[in-house]
Design a protein around this ligand. Structure first.
Ligand SMILES: [Zn+2]
Ligand SMILES: [Zn+2]
Length: 433
């Protein structure tokens, strides 16, 4: 048995112990992630002796200049954190150092003991280290954007939605972080009835969260549920029924049990489905998912959700601190699942379960928020093109040669107004009661 195998044994052992620690801390209501730190230090001490086994890993120094040093793009910025890096494969030898630069294939590292720079191929690193390398820059940006947007998130449950312009500004510094995108989506859907624009923000936020979830599940569970739910509402309103059902089912699978608003929204889809024209209805296959969803037991709430209208969610949780990332990754790679207490102790998730930050949708569902229906004549803003036969020329024997021209006329269906009847559902206001 080599050093590597011994280390694996220690890691599994500690992972089990740590699981108990989490529960304990959760009961005390303290910060759940804190006990992880202690463990990282323990492991570092144990493995300190193993540094040096890794000396061979720096092979390939010749590619240093073109592959790392010349890279100027901002994504290569990596915070200076000294940690143990593990070699891929069974032996799992360790090296201690901090990342100077990262590119698609290599990492330039500063070694802790010698202070020398070493170029390491990514393929020589463990899966945990590779996940760490990918997550750190993303989580660093997410943390900055969360801090920027925090006060606006706190104001939204009181009905103070930011303008779309303000929400979009948060996107400029960290365009791939989910908080600004989610806020832009919510602001769009709640201050204008433009679901199509809202969809593009939610779609990007969803992809951003999914990328991180695949590397480390349950990283920001409340934010993920909120994203799926709100994205599902705009998809449903736009007629994309199957995606809406799929997203709600995905959100309902996160945490110990689904939040009340998820099941509430699923029931509305079920009730509205039959009234839609067939091509916008939920497919047979997705109907099974929808049936399962509406019958799921869910977290009970003190306040009743408003009948017949879907509810947006405004609960977002912050990303973890970079310093906790190693411990979280170790638990994940040891096969640990996020335990129920971790969800319930998290304030953002408790608010989500209690449907606390969840106002209903603001736009009339009969007219999509426009207050009027489309002109039944399908005219172009009040005008229609009318073909008129005209005498173009005369032939040799004086016979007429006709041509067709088009004349713009006021649409008779709407008397040139460009819209159909006023919506009675909202008395023309476009707002939900
Ligand atoms: Zn018309
Ligand atoms: Zn209406």
């Amino acid at each position: 048995m080599g050093y590597g195998a011994a280390v694996v044994g220690i890691e599994v052992n500690l992972a089990v112990k740590t699981k108990r620690k989490i529960i304990k801390t959760a009961e005390l209501g303290g910060l759940v992630m804190n006990p992880f730190r202690k463990r990282t230090i323990q492991i570092s001490c144990l493995l300190g002796v193993l540094v040096g086994f890794w000396a061979k890993l720096g092979a390939g120094q010749e590619s240093l200049d073109e592959s790392v040093k010349d890279r100027k793009s901002p994504e290569s910025a990596f915070p200076v954190i000294e940690r143990d890096w593990t070699e891929a494969g069974e032996k799992g030898r360790k090296i201690r150092g901090s990342v100077l630069k990262v590119n698609p294939n290599h990492v330039l590292m500063k070694l802790a003991d010698s202070g020398k720079e070493k170029l390491i191929k990514k393929s020589q690193l463990s899966k945990l280290d590779l996940a760490y390398l990918e997550l750190v820059p993303m989580i660093q940006n997410d943390n900055s954007q969360y801090e920027q947007t925090k006060s606006t998130w706190d104001a939204m449950p009181q009905g103070q939605f930011p303008s779309v312009k303000v929400a979009k500004q948060y996107q400029t510094s960290f365009p791939k972080s989910p908080y600004g995108l989610l806020m832009a989506g919510i602001a769009t859907a709640c201050t204008t009835p433009d679901y199509e624009e809202a969809e593009s923000y939610f779609e990007k936020a969803y992809k951003s969260l999914q990328t991180k979830e695949q590397l480390l599940p349950d990283l920001t569970p409340a934010t993920y549920v909120t994203c799926c739910n709100n994205y599902a509402i705009v998809m449903w309103r736009e007629g994309n029924a199957n995606t809406a059902v799929k997203l709600l089912a995905e959100a309902a699978a996160i945490g110990p049990q689904p939040a009340a608003f998820l099941i509430h929204n699923a029931k509305i889809i079920q009730a509205e489905n039959g009234k839609r024209s067939e091509k916008y209805q939920v497919s047979k296959k997705a109907l099974t998912t929808l049936d399962e969803l509406v019958n799921k037991p869910f977290a009970s709430t003190r306040e009743k959700l408003k009948n017949g209208v879907m509810h947006f969610s405004l609960s977002v949780d912050p990303p973890p601190a970079i310093s906790d990332l190693d411990a979280l990754l170790e638990l994940h790679f040891a096969g640990e699942k996020m335990i129920d207490e971790r969800f319930l102790e998290d304030p953002a998730f408790s608010d989500l379960m209690a449907s606390k930050n969840c106002p209903y949708e603001p736009w009339c569902m009969s007219c999509g928020g426009k207050g009027v229906f489309r002109c039944p004549g399908r005219c172009n803003r009040g005008t229609i093109s009318v073909p008129i036969q005209t005498l173009e020329a005369r032939g040799i024997r004086g016979e007429p040669v006709y041509g067709t021209r088009y004349e713009q006329k006021a649409c008779p269906a709407c008397n040139g107004r460009g819209v159909g009847d006023r919506c009675d559902g909202c008395q023309g206001t476009g707002r939900n009661r």
